[in-house]
Design a binder for this molecule. Structure first.
Ligand SMILES: C[S@@+](CC[C@H](N)C(=O)[O-])C[C@H]1O[C@@H](n2cnc3c(N)ncnc32)[C@H](O)[C@@H]1O
Length: 308
C-alpha cells in the first residue's frame, strides 16, 4: 500500500486505521485465505516438531492457548479481532464454552459466518464491531463479563493499544484472563533496520507502529491487567516465515484464477484501484517479513495476563 497517502506516515495510519482495514482485510480477505490458510496467526513449533507438519503445529498451538486461558474453566471466551473465525470455531469445538468472535471487517466476518452456517456450533457467535470501541457493545452476548479473551496477531493494527487493552479488560470478570499474541519489534533496531525494513513493513501492513515487549508490560499494567507470563516465541515460529515467502513466490508463478480476479475487481469497484495495488504489495510484505524475522527485529510475543 506504499502509494496510498493514508499509509504514508505513522500518524496517517493511526488516523485512517478504519479505511485501511477496509482495504487490507475486507477487500483482500479471500486472497489471504487462498494463499495463507484459515488460521491467520502463526503456528508455534516445539523442539522436535516436524516443521512441515503445519496442521499438527496449529493443533498444539491452540491447545496451548486454550490451556493458558483456563481450559475448561473458561465458560465464556471472547476472540478479539477474530478475522475469518477459524480459531473461534476451534475453541467452540474443543470446549463447551460460549465463544464470541468480534471483528470490524465485513469481509472477514462473511468468511467467519460459514463456521456457524446451518445452525452448526450453537455455542459460537460473531459480532461486527471495532475493538477500539468494545465498550459500546450492547448485544446480548455482552451482558455478562467474559472469563477469558484471546487476541491473536491483531493488536498491532490498533491505533491506540493501551486504550484497546483497557476496553478488553473491562469486558473481563475480575480474575478473567487475556492471552494476547502480537508482532512486536526489537527494543533497539538500528537506524537502517528501521528505515529499510520496519518502516516499509508497517506501511504495507498499515500498522502505525509495532509495540515492544517492554511497551506491553507498561500498557498491560496501565489497563489493570496483571501479567502472568510474557514469552518471546520468535524462535518457535520460524517455519511460518518461510511458508509465507514460498506462498508469495507461488502466487506469482501461477496464472491468476478467474474467481480471484473477479473478487479483486469487485473490491476495486467498492474501494478504488488501491485494492489492486494492495494485493500486489502483499508480495513485498512476504519478503520484508522474512527479512525482519531473520534479522531478529520482528518479534512474536505472547502475553498472558489476568484482570485485577
Ligand atoms: C491478521 S488478522 C488475525 C485474525 C485472527 N485473530 C486470527 O488469528 O486468525 C487481524 C484481524 O484484526 C482485525 N482488526 C484490525 N483492527 C481491528 C479493529 N479496530 N477492530 C476490529 N477488528 C480489527 C482485522 O479485520 C483482521 O481480521
Amino acid at each position: 500500500m506504499a502509494q496510498i497517502p493514508k499509509v504514508a506516515t505513522a500518524r496517517a495510519r493511526r488516523q485512517h486505521y478504519r479505511e485501511n482495514l477496509l482495504i487490507g482485510f475486507d477487500a483482500l480477505a479471500e486472497l489471504y485465505y487462498a494463499y495463507w490458510g484459515e488460521f491467520f496467526h502463526l503456528a508455534v513449533f516445539e523442539p522436535g516438531d516436524d516443521p512441515a507438519d503445519l496442521a499438527a503445529a496449529y493443533q498444539r498451538t491452540h491447545q496451548r492457548y486454550l490451556a493458558a486461558i483456563g481450559g475448561a474453566a473458561a465458560r465464556r471466551i471472547l476472540d478479539v479481532a477474530c478475522g475469518g473465525g477459524a480459531l473461534s470455531a476451534w475453541l467452540a469445538d474443543h470446549t463447551t464454552a460460549a465463544v464470541v468472535g468480534v471483528d470490524l471487517s465485513a469481509g472477514q466476518l462473511a468468511h467467519a459466518r460459514r463456521w456457524v452456517a446451518g445452525g452448526r456450533r450453537p455455542n459460537l457467535w460473531f459480532v461486527q464491531h471495532d475493538v477500539m470501541h468494545l465498550d459500546d457493545l450492547v448485544a446480548s452476548q455482552f451482558q455478562t463479563p467474559f472469563d477469558a479473551a484471546i487476541c491473536l496477531d491483531a493488536a498491532c493494527y490498533l491505533p491506540d493499544r493501551r486504550a484497546a487493552l483497557r476496553a478488553i479488560a473491562a469486558r473481563l470478570r475480575p480474575g478473567g484472563r487475556l492471552l494476547l499474541v502480537d508482532w512486536c519489534r526489537a527494543e533497539r533496531p538500528t537506524a537502517l533496520q528501521r528505515e529499510l525494513i520496519l518502516e516499509p513493513l508497517c506501511r504495507y501492513w498499515a500498522i502505525a507502529d509495532l509495540e515492544t515487549a517492554a511497551g506491553y508490560r507498561r500498557s498491560f499494567a496501565a489497563a489493570g491487567l496483571r501479567i502472568h507470563r510474557l514469552d518471546d516465541l520468535s524462535d518457535q515460529v520460524v517455519p511460518n516465515w518461510e511458508r509465507g515467502y514460498q506462498a508469495a513466490l507461488r502466487a506469482l508463478d501461477e496464472p491468476i484464477r478467474l474467481g480471484e480476479l473477479l473478487r479483486l475487481a469487485a473490491g476495486a469497484v467498492k474501494h478504488g484501484g488501491v485494492v489492486l495495488q494492495a494485493a500486489k504489495d502483499q508480495f513485498q510484505v512476504a519478503l520484508l517479513a522474512k527479512a525482519a524475522a531473520e534479522s531478529g527485529i520482528l518479534r512474536y510475543v505472547s502475553v498472558l495476563a489476568e484482570r485485577t
